[in-house]
Design a protein around this ligand. Sequence first.
Ligand SMILES: *Cc1c(COP(=O)(O)O)cnc(C)c1O
Length: 365
Amino acid sequence: MIPMVNLKAQYAEIKAEVEQGLAQTIENCSFILGPNVQAFEKECADYLGVKHAIGVASGTDALHLALIAEGIGAGDEVITTSFTFIATAEAIKYVGAKPVFVDIDPKTFNICPDAIAKAITTKTKAVMPVHLFGQPANMAKIKALCDQHKLKLIEDCCQSFGASINGVQTGAIGDAGAYSFFPSKNLGAFGDGGLVVTNSDESAAKIKRLRNHGSDVRYYHDVIGYNSRLDEMQAVILRAKLKRIEQYNQARRHAAHLYSELMADLPLTTPFEDGLGVHVYHQYTLLCDRRDEVLKALQDQQIGCAIYYPVPLHQQNVFKQECAGVSLPVTESVAARCMSLPICSHLADEQVKEIAAVIRGVLTA
Ligand SMILES: *Cc1c(COP(=O)(O)O)cnc(C)c1O
């Protein structure tokens, strides 16, 4: 049996450190915005090369609070991708704005800068690219468009912790970046968690207020906020993993390159690295016309596999009505053929070889 993500093997390496940190937190009883959240925020800001990193309750909240802090609201349009997890668009809806879905690049599956340019209207207030599957979006082009049209740039970095462009981390390029620490993400907690990063003192102050009931000083409330703090226990776990994130991402890249090498001659399309940035392979996603057969063979061998994402957002029931008439041919064609294989910080070469052999068996039979 090979799971999509082997969290047990990852835990075995950090068990002692995590147990000690958790025990100490329980002894100290400093459970809310305690020393570990503060230290983790500082460590993240240093690692990501940003002025501010603010721990929140989830990646979805990170996107939501970043949108509020950047002044996006009712009637505004936010250009984003349809080929992503629902949370990207949910956050836009939470602030009363309209997600405007545009098509993706057929090779990287990331939002297409030319499609963004064509979708800009007088109502457009922000662009929200997703660094999908861990590969940075084409930020040079996207940033230039945002600067030219005076649009806010909010990066959905929920799949891209550690990915960078010319040494600059994703999230440090736009006005704000939102990270998720959902357990299966590249940097995963033992529950939910998230982070907003920004270089703006003003935005950081707003986000700190918003995550804590609209309050800077306890029991004095300036705006309607939320209860969306990163949990102290999760911060203990995240600090242990942050120390090892380079090693984790390197292991993902190694496994991805081995997969691609082993399957290079097969009738499928292995992931494309555009070379504009460092891909950290949150997912290893390929295109295959015989997807159903391959998925079945893997399932029969108890090998994890999944479709990210089977239904693009503009075709989801929740968006069907407001997206009537929207046609995104590249997105639709990719969604019909994509499939993801197991990848994580602890996937052995032998397992990659076994998985590639099963796929070879199907496609060369
Ligand atoms: C995981 C994810 C989110 C949401 O993060 P949560 O922590 O689960 O709320 C948002 N956007 C993308 C692209 C994601 O992959």
